[in-house]
Design a binder for this molecule. Structure first.
Ligand code: ACO
Ligand code: KIV
Length: 561
């Protein structure tokens, strides 16, 4: 069989040690580093043009990322030109530091430094591969040979940096493929590089520990990072950085646990573009922190702008369920979720901590609104449709009306095999619960006495009916008038009416639940005032009761057929 797990071996584990990360909690944002213009760019079918890089750069700066890997200037002309544009056109804000990547090869290092002439500050990021596979199969060298490459590269970096003393240099070293490297060798090779660079607490170097390929779980990465932090010499002269990839879908989790384990700096990309399954998504990790009450120190108030720039520059569309910012992540279709959201939102007060079921953050925080929160399809229940009617039309359905309407909404959605808008839901309600024929209200007059009296004029086809009745309100007076006229007793089981807006011009809506000859009937009507709406709702109920078969029942049979 081709599908054979025996082909694979687990990744190297760290030796037993006293790990502390499982007992820790995050309480601050890391140093964020954008890799969009390098790792993200090198993973594209068509790498970005200089113009696209410029656009992306502005977005990265706008979000507030303070360290930005801008490219591999010794590898390609557009990358070189872009770095020159940043420096010559003075595009780098005072508090932002650019970084560039280079291999341990002299001609590439020389060109890299040339590209940075005139910069105020820059990070030169040097790397070579260290894992067993890379050593044995790619470089065909032992540990010493691989260490020599790193030491030689570090020496060239130091030497070339000395030629440009006007630039404030920071050095970064990556034992590339760290995730698949034996931990003692990772530490040894990093210490060999430190011996060359001689970092101090005031002039630290960055040691970047990537899951170049994510080969194990995030807990394993956390162990690697904490073991490294506990054993690397001169820890206070080093900034420990991580750079996680998403091969197992755990890039964000790995970075998050690595922060617990002692890392201080995280390299990633906005929305996670990068080699293979991508780099760690900075937006997701930042929002993870935010939702735990930690300031991510990034401006994520307008993710739609980030999404637009990323899509335009990379040509890669975002999944609608992308964590935190996907188009559908604040939308609930399923009935019980909608019900819980609607109820929680009703309880939520503006000045208290956010406590809304199924919504881990307030969508308003990132420029989303509740428009999209609840959508109705065949998986939805009464809560969702009630939410939409209230939100879009100001209609407050009484609970019994919700129960009566919900099956029709569901049938309609099943019949259409699609989502229903609030307009459609309103239509379904009026279609099944409002019937203004054959009896229609022409006019009425109320008079006050010991009891309320009503004189009402109705049309029944071409015929005009004039009725009179008394009761303790307009509705009971009307049912009295109807009983006197038809001999049919209409009992009002429940009713509810309200205005549909704040001003005096607003229409009113009325719901009635009637018992007519033992039949329970719900009806609705809208009119210019509450009395007319209530009388029309009553007439609707009487019309529905007189219909054979009732339209509501007929509609169910139709859609089922
Ligand atoms: C995990 C990562 O993302 S690492 C970054 C990877 N990014 C990129 O590679 C994008 C930009 N790179 C490039 O455009 C090219 O690789 C260049 C221009 C830098 C170099 O191109 P080339 O000189 O043709 O070499 P190529 O990339 O094929 O590298 C292979 C050679 O470099 C050596 N090499 C590879 N990486 C390194 C390194 N980090 N340090 C020293 N030598 C290295 C290899 O051993 C090989 O040597 P050989 O020719 O003696 O067999
Ligand atoms: C060069 C390093 C940081 C890298 O991109 C990786 O290991 O994935």
């Amino acid at each position: 069989m081709a599908f054979d797990h025996r082909k694979y071996r687990p990744a190297p584990r760290v030796p037993a040690f006293d790990r502390t990360w499982p007992d820790k909690d995050l309480d601050r944002a890391p140093i964020w580093v954008s890799e969009d213009l390098r790792d993200g760019n090198q993973a594209l079918l068509e790498p970005m043009s200089v113009e696209q890089k410029k656009r992306f750069w502005h977005q990265i700066v706008k979000v507030g990322i303070k360290e930005v890997m801008v490219g591999f200037p010794s590898a390609s002309q557009p990358d070189y030109d872009f770095v020159r544009w940043l420096i010559e056109e003075q595009q780098i804000p005072e508090d932002v530091t650019i970084a560039v990547l280079v291999q341990c090869r002299e001609h590439l290092i020389e060109k890299t430094f040339e590209s940075l002439v005139g910069a105020k500050r820059a990070i030169v990021h040097l790397y070579n591969s260290t894992s067993t596979i890379q050593r044995e199969r790619v470089f065909e060298m032992d540990r010493d040979g691989i260490t020599d490459i790193a030491v030689q590269g570090a020496t060239w970096v130091k030497t070339y940096a000395e030629r440009y003393p006007e630039v404030e240099w920071c050095f970064e070293y990556t034992p590339e493929s760290f995730s698949s490297t034996e931990i003692d060798f990772s530490i040894a090779i990093c210490e060999a590089v430190m011996d060359v660079w001689q970092p101090t607490p005031d002039n630290k170097c960055i040691l970047n520990l990537p899951t170049t390929v994510e080969v194990a779980g995030p807990h394993h990465h956390a162990d690697q990072i904490e073991y490294f932090c506990q054993h690397i010499k001169n820890r206070d002269s080093v900034i420990v950085s991580v750079h996680t990839h998403n091969d197992r879908g755990g890039a964000v989790a790995s970075a998050e646990l690595a922060l617990l384990a002692g890392a201080e700096r995280v390299e990633g990309t906005l929305l996670g573009n990068g080699e293979r399954t991508g780099n760690m998504d900075i937006v997701t990790l930042a929002m993870n922190l935010y939702s735990q009450g930690i300031d991510p120190e990034l401006d994520l108030t307008n993710p739609d702008e980030i999404i637009q720039v990323v899509q335009e520059c990379t040509g890669i569309a975002m999944h609608p369920r992308h964590p935190w910012v996907g188009e559908m992540v604040y939308t609930a279709f399923s009935g019980s979720h909608q019900d819980a959201i609607r109820k929680s939102l009703k309880h939520q007060k503006p000045d208290e901590p956010w406590q809304v079921a199924y919504l881990p953050i307030d969508p308003h925080d990132i420029g989303r609104d509740y428009q999209a929160v609840i959508r109705v399809n065949s998986q939805s229940g009464k809560g969702g449709m009630a939410f939409l009617l209230e939100r879009d039309y100001g209609i407050n359905l009484p609970r019994w009306m919700m129960l009566a309407l919900a099956p029709y909404v569901q049938k309609e959605s099943e019949a259409r095999a699609s989502e229903l808008s609030s307009e459609m839901i309103r239509q379904v309600m009026f279609e099944h619960f409002s019937q203004q024929a054959p009896l229609a209200l022409a006019d009425y007059r109320l008079s006050k006495g010991q009891h309320e009296g009503i004189e009402v004029t109705l049309w029944e086809g071409a015929e005009t009916l004039r009725l009179e009745g008394n009761g303790n309100g307009a509705m009971s007076a009307f049912t009295d008038a109807w009983r006197k006229h038809s001999g049919v007793n209409v009992a009002i089981v429940d009713y509810s009416e309200h205005s549909l807006g704040g001003d005096s011009e607003a229409n009113a809506i009325a719901f009635v639940q009637l018992n007519i000859d033992g039949q329970r009937i719900c009806a609705v009507a809208e009119d210019s005032d509450t009395v007319s709406a209530s009388l029309k709702a009553l007439l609707s109920g009487i019309n529905i009761a007189r219909c054979e078969p009732q339209p509501a029942r007929r509609a169910i049979e139709d859609t089922t057929a």
